[in-house]
Design a binder for this molecule. Structure first.
Ligand code: PGA
Length: 266
């Protein structure tokens, strides 16, 4: 039988507390399984979590040296040292500041000559590492996870994807607010790759620039549909959403107004 369940939610008072809680889950995994395989995400949301992990490394000796890391995605066609490449992001926010072993850091190569072959190589690399123990995800306002945009086939592994206009607009804030500078393609783990992780955590809060209330609501309570990729997470047996109180309140308001509407129709 297919497992469908509302994912667990872990609510924090604010972004800083949410970031710390998520970092502490990763730290707990590194303590219990130093050679864990960890899937990581980019974007503005996990920055606070990475800062807390760096603090734990510096002040408490949290050890990253035996763990293996696989990032979710990377843009196609921008150099690794481009300030907005995900290679650059990960080194800036985490890898350069902790003792991760460079040989155990994996990020899709969006500059590979043969992008299809790169996707197959990446997917195989995850399998060869024994699979992902813990996958960290952000969520886009359109419900994307990684760069799996609405409509992505749930059976896909790592693949080449076209970015939607909404995602390019959302990400323009990282490219001098210039939509034209945002790449049009990316390599991304697919829904099947993400779902094969043993445990998944999703971090989400609303910011001035992106409102994710709908996406989080649907991921938790909506019908499972390829149109909203995050809804597939309801079929995963071990997933938690780390939310701040503000987004949680917005989601609850949405549920209340829906039930009011259905009550007034009855
Ligand atoms: P954000 O991106 O953390 O920058 O909001 C999340 C995502 O698009 O997956």
């Amino acid at each position: 039988m297919t497992h469908i369940e509302t994912p667990d939610t872990i609510i924090s008072a604010n972004y800083a507390a949410m970031s710390k809680k998520a970092a502490h889950e990763i730290a707990a995994l590194l303590h219990s399984k130093p050679d864990a395989v960890i899937g990581l995400a980019t974007g503005s949301t996990p920055i606070g979590m990475y800062a807390e992990l760096v603090r734990m490394h510096e002040e408490e000796g949290l050890d990253f040296s035996q763990a293996t890391f696989f990032n979710l995605d990377e843009y196609v066609g921008i150099p690794h040292d481009h300030p907005q490449s995900y290679h650059h992001f990960m080194h800036e926010h985490l890898f350069s500041n902790v003792n991760a072993n460079p040989e155990r850091i994996h990020i899709p190569n969006g500059n590979a000559v043969d992008l299809e072959a790169e996707c197959a190589r990446y997917e195989q690399g995850i399998k060869d590492a024994g699979g992902i123990d813990l996958q960290v995800l952000g969520i886009g306002a359109n419900g994307h996870i990684g760069f799996c945009e609405p409509g992505t086939d749930f059976t896909l592994g790592t693949h080449i994807t076209q970015l939607t206009e909404q995602t390019r607009n959302d990400n323009a804030r990282f490219f001098d607010d210039d939509h034209e500078q945002v790449p049009t393609e990316a390599l991304s783990m697919g829904p099947a790759t993400i779902m094969s992780a043993k445990r998944i955590i999703v971090l989400a809060n609303n910011t001035a620039k992106t409102n994710k209330t709908h996406a989080v609501h649907d991921a938790l309570y909506g019908d499972v549909t390829q149109d909203i990729p995050a809804t597939i997470l309801q079929k995963h047996p071990d997933v938690s959403f780390y939310l701040d109180w503000s987004i949680q309140r917005e989601v609850q308001k949405m549920i209340a107004s829906q039930s009011e509407r259905s009550f007034s129709r009855d």
